[in-house]
Design a binder for this molecule. Sequence first.
Ligand code: 2M8
Length: 446
Amino acid sequence: MDTADQLQLPRPSSIAYNDARRVLSGNWTGCSTVPSRTLYPHQWSWDSGFVAIGLRHLSPVRAQSELESLLAAQWADGRVPHIVFNPAVPLTAYFPSPDFWRSSLAGDRAGAPTAVETSGIVQPPIHAVAAWLVHQADPAASESRGFLPRVYPRLVAWQRYLTERRDLGGRGLASIVHPWESGMDNSPCWDPPLSRIEPAATATFQRADLDHGCATDRPTDLDYGRYVRLAERYRDDGYADDAGRHRFAVEDPGFNALLAASEHALADIAAAIGADPYDHQVRAEQLTTALLKRLWSQDDGLFLCHDVLAGRTVRERSAAGLLPLILPGLPDEIATALLATAAGEHFGLDGSVRLVPSYDLKGHAFDPCRYWRGPAWFNVNWLLERGLRLHGAADRADALRATLLGAAAESGFAEYVDPFTGQARGSRDFSWTAALTIDLLAEVVR
Ligand code: 2M8
């Protein structure tokens, strides 16, 4: 494997670029990247997708390794776990630790690997999109290592797990079974379904996040108790996904938009390696149609979550509801309505915020500091930047790109920022913030 000082590909000369590169070098473990050396000292699933998208400009081999090390921990049922644990990291460094998830034992029937410990839940499926972008950055490097033929079967199995095992509502969409599966862990969208979960007593677990983060930026103990209870139940049920077993099942538009985008990417990958792209194209269309039919709210001009177990729409506006903008197959009137919503009073892209908040600026639960309840996140804004460009809003995309780059560098590559001021929140030297900075700068130079 190449070493940190080999991140030497030709690059735009900019202080931000070099600083971002330093963050990624510092967070590299030898085969993958930790999101943060302090708060998140293992490998996270969708983080690795975003990191690979940035790394492809620095070292295509390292970008490939980022994705392949994650996919090596895939379960036999196809799920790609949300955390792959590094055995060299002390158990107390992060909670819930491997001895909580007990994947190799509790996940036995679901086909958890035995060579590595992982969590048992998943995260949004950005991976096929990332693999295709990594390939495109240097097709020769990709072909010489057989990258696409190696990852394609694993990516297909991962997508099939989601479309087949996780269609818990039978409505053609994947459900998340834990708030952490959305990646937007503490969103107010989870409050109604979470309120039905009896929290684990705080005395029964020891949070590690508060050792590194400010309590006002992080979820409350009550929310944590509910996260823990849900994860325990899933684990004690052998991580089974059969009908009727889950206590939390929500169709999230952000998660499903990435699922559909990844089917488009799988179609591209299939065509590139001589496989048949047809099934992927059909699935991408079916997922887009299901998103429109099931989750679109004409009144809100936004996609909304659906609480499968309660059979109800969750009436909260989250940035996840804007993410279907990344899909090429959206009808024009839907894309136009989404662009208007992004620019309007709830998300402020008309200039009232620096970056799009994770949650409704006018919402009852809005908090500019607390984790996924208002702050702006760089991966969400990066996805929106692409969506704006895809749907003809190039000026807005350019402006968002400029603010993203400014806020990332000024905040010390923060995990998230206050959407109005850009003030840093959460951890600093955060990997996807650095990686997506590199990606945006590299794209400007092209
Ligand atoms: C956050 O989630 C983890 C649990 O997975 C945590 O709070 O401990 C989220 O922001 C998630 O989206 C992200 O992937 C993870 C690591 O950066 O941190």
